[in-house]
Ligand binder design. Structure first.
Ligand code: PGA
Ligand code: ZN
Length: 421
């Protein structure tokens, strides 16, 4: 695969903030594009997005420098070169950048190009994108991932009215993606009706399309979720369970967790998570403890991990060294995989393999600032992730991913994974 040209431009994400779209054209092929997402609730160990820091444009968040890096130095170094694989191509990008956190060219620039190359390579092989992604892991049989879908948000995704960032629905009894979405939509509308009645407010949505009423506490957020499931006619815990992205790094300060007006030590925070798990049908807890609270994660995983997912997001940042540390210390049992935390497809594939080799589950995730590009759905299927977390069932940047899953299910009839399967 010989590169004809690489270029990029600044575009806007679902929050109206700049992000990047890159283009890759192989010699003899068409030009292919890919757009990258951007987080708000970011982990400290994530690869670095390059931002312009020009206060006159988008509060300094512009991506013109990152775009110029692709169209300039990256194009100049790689155009005319032949690459046998995604790993070769990504390796060249990593070498060209030369920094630990991809701060020279920008992780946003590097990932956009890595994905655009994947699209061009898939087209050259006349493969659907999920099959090309599968080939990176030498995988050629596929499952559809079980969905986790945002219902309510607090934390950094909704102005911090409560500590916990996201409460998600897990359609447990659904047999297909189609049925998962039908069940979720029923609960979403039941929840919207409850919120309107109880809080008498317009239906404000959070960054990932979840509802964000002024809950007085996280308990109220969980209890309202259970109520909405009941109102929809589904059975909590059997048809529809709950996942929580606690995102606790973002309310951890000076050794304490600041939850809904209280200050909790790590062991009190673990007890709080235990109580929520006893009281509500909670089957997955993401970032229940903070990203550098390594010493307390193993006890959390030991106490709650036997029959539910203990997921590391900020803790792991999709990085092999952090995943290995967590495997060795039994800190969690599932990886939240966000490709832009690490910066190339090849490195994300290694992170995926490292987690799977340890017998962990992998939840493929999008970011809170996303675009209409649907590559993440192909990635979740191509790598046969156990779960997929694309956001709520509103907003087109989320729905593009669900619609792509519906399309794959319709065209190929792959089976939907069972929960924790
Ligand atoms: P993000 O985080 O806002 O950084 O995308 C979402 C998450 O915590 O899973
Ligand atoms: Zn998270």
């Amino acid at each position: 695969m010989k590169i004809e040209s690489l270029s990029a431009l600044e575009i806007l994400d679902s929050r109206g903030r700049p992000t990047l779209r890159a283009y890759c054209q192989l010699v003899g092929g068409r030009r292919h594009a890919a757009s990258v997402p951007s987080g708000a609730s970011t982990g400290a160990a994530e690869a670095m997005e390059l931002r312009d820091k020009d206060p006159e444009r988008y509060g300094g968040r512009g991506c013109r420098k990152a775009a110029a890096n692709v169209s300039g130095p990256v194009h100049d170094a790689l155009a005319g070169r032949e690459f046998g694989s995604q790993a070769d191509f990504d390796g060249a990008l990593i070498d060209l950048d030369g920094t630990e956190k991809k701060s020279h060219l920008g992780a946003n620039a590097i990932l956009a190009v890595s994905l655009a190359f994947a699209r061009a390579a898939a087209a050259e092989r006349e493969q659907e994108l999920f099959r090309y992604f599968g080939s990176l892991l030498e995988q050629d049989s596929f499952y559809l991932p079980r969905l986790t879908i945002n219902l309510f948000s607090g934390g950094l995704h909704a102005g911090r009215q409560v500590a916990v960032q996201d409460v998600l629905l897990v359609p447990l009894s659904a047999k297909t993606i189609d049925e998962s979405l039908v069940h979720t939509s029923r609960v979403y509308h039941a929840a919207a009706a409850l919120v309107e009645k109880r809080y008498g407010m317009r239906l404000l949505t959070a960054d990932e399309g979840g509802l964000a009423p002024p809950f007085a506490s996280t308990d109220e957020m969980f209890a309202t979720t259970v109520e909405a499931i009941e109102d929809s006619g589904l059975e909590p815990g059997r048809d529809m369970a709950i996942a929580a992205d606690v995102a606790s790094s973002h309310f951890f300060s000076h050794g304490y967790y600041e939850v809904d007006g209280g200050r909790l030590s790590a062991s009190e925070m673990r007890k709080c998570l235990q109580r929520w798990s006893d009281q509500y049908p909670l089957v997955s807890i993401e970032d229940g403890l903070a990203e550098d609270d390594w010493e307390n994660w193993p006890a959390l995983c030991r106490d709650l991990g036997s029959d539910r997912l203990i997921v590391g997001d900020d803790l792991l940042c999709t990085k092999v060294d952090r995943i290995s540390r967590a495997v060795n210390s039994k800190a969690c049992n599932a990886l939240l995989l966000k490709v832009n935390q690490v910066g190339t497809l090849t490195e994300a594939a290694k992170a995926f393999q490292c987690a799977r080799a340890a017998g962990w589950q992998v939840t493929v995730s999008v970011r809170s600032g996303d675009t209409g590009d649907d590559w993440a759905a192909d990635l979740a299927v191509g790598w046969s992730g156990n779960q997929f977390k694309p956001g709520s069932v509103t907003q087109s940047e989320r729905l593009e991913k669900y619609n792509r899953l519906l399309e794959i299910e319709h065209d190929h009839g792959f089976l939907l994974r069972g929960w924790m399967e």
